[in-house]
Design a protein around this ligand. Structure first.
Ligand SMILES: C[S@@+](CC[C@H](N)C(=O)[O-])C[C@H]1O[C@@H](n2cnc3c(N)ncnc32)[C@H](O)[C@@H]1O
Length: 281
């Protein structure tokens, strides 16, 4: 996870930001492992009419999804892959440690580039939170998709999320959300700092702001290429995937917090949207 070093002073008057854990704030702000797993099951069932058992989480960070996956069924296994040793270590201490020993044994962590072939292959390969946007050319993305495909079982799917919409091309836009209200709450800021229309390079930052006014400013930073859905589907096809589906969230009229993810070939031009692309091996 791209990040800045967190300041730790010895002062007796530490601010809330000094005491905060940036990985904990990150997980509380941007991750919903239960929701992800529910979606993975739906997407796999719609591709192969059976239950998936093995997961590979590329760019896994603190691998909260791997941990939730093995806890969701006694036969499930997970492989988490990330380059960053510090982030993986945080996950071992804070996520893996919370699992039962039998569940822990079913999580394997690999500190390496995602562009490597590993065995065993998986039913589902997930690359979440736009992480593959770190690859900025078609050649790099296609190379990654080919390797990802080879890391899947013959009945395998690759799942990635995408964002977009007119607002996403605006600069210096900050999306603010309050995570848990009350004394222990904090504010999450997603900052869209720059977008270059010539090459679609974009920079984003995550900051956290606390009740005493202290901040973890730009605790995480991302410098990505802003890929679009048709570009990604074309590259998936070039990498050999048999088909790809876009899952769009169809709102529930009775409950605005919950929608249903449905395969869609057309969607409204919302100013800001998130969707999934599911590629079938
Ligand atoms: C945006 S974070 C995503 C973390 C997590 N998947 C999530 O959904 O919140 C991107 C992660 O990808 C890792 N990363 C970046 N490039 C990588 C590469 N080429 N191979 C493996 N991991 C990489 C970073 O260390 C970081 O943890």
């Amino acid at each position: 996870m791209a990040g800045t070093k967190q300041k730790k002073g010895n002062s007796a008057h530490k601010t809330l930001a000094d005491r905060a854990d940036k990985f904990d704030c990150y997980q509380k702000s941007v991750q919903t492992p239960d929701h992800e797993i529910e979606f993975f099951e739906q997407a796999y069932r719609e591709a192969f009419r059976r239950k998936p058992y093995s997961l590979r989480e590329d760019f896994c960070g603190t691998f909260a999804v791997c941990c939730r996956w093995v806890a969701s069924h006694p036969k499930r296994t997970a492989i988490g892959v990330d380059l960053c040793g510090e982030t993986l270590q945080w996950g071992r201490e804070h996520n893996l440690a919370k699992l039962a020993p039998t569940q822990q044994k079913r999580v394997r962590l690999i500190e390496q580039d995602v562009r490597k072939r590993n065995r065993p292959a998986a039913d589902i390969l997930a690359a979440q939170n736009f992480s593959f946007w770190i690859f900025k050319t078609r050649a790099e993305v296609i190379e990654y998709f080919k390797i990802a495909r080879s890391n899947l079982n013959p009945q395998g799917i690759m799942i990635m999320d995408m964002m977009g919409g007119g607002e996403c091309y605006e600069e210096e836009l900050i999306d603010k959300r309050t995570i848990k209200k009350g004394k222990k709450g904090f504010k999450y800021h997603w900052e869209q700092a720059s977008f270059n229309p010539v090459n679609a390079d974009a920079s984003f930052y995550i900051s956290f702001k606390f009740a005493d006014g202290s901040k973890l400013k730009r605790a995480f930073e991302y410098h990505w290429r802003f890929w679009t859905i048709p570009e990604v589907r074309e590259m998936l096809a070039e990498a050999g995937f048999r088909e790809s589906h876009v899952y769009w969230e169809i709102e529930d009229e009775d409950d605005e917090d919950f929608g249903e993810w449905k395969r869609s070939e057309d969607a409204p031009s919302d100013p800001s949207w998130i969707c999934y692309i599911v590629a079938v091996k």
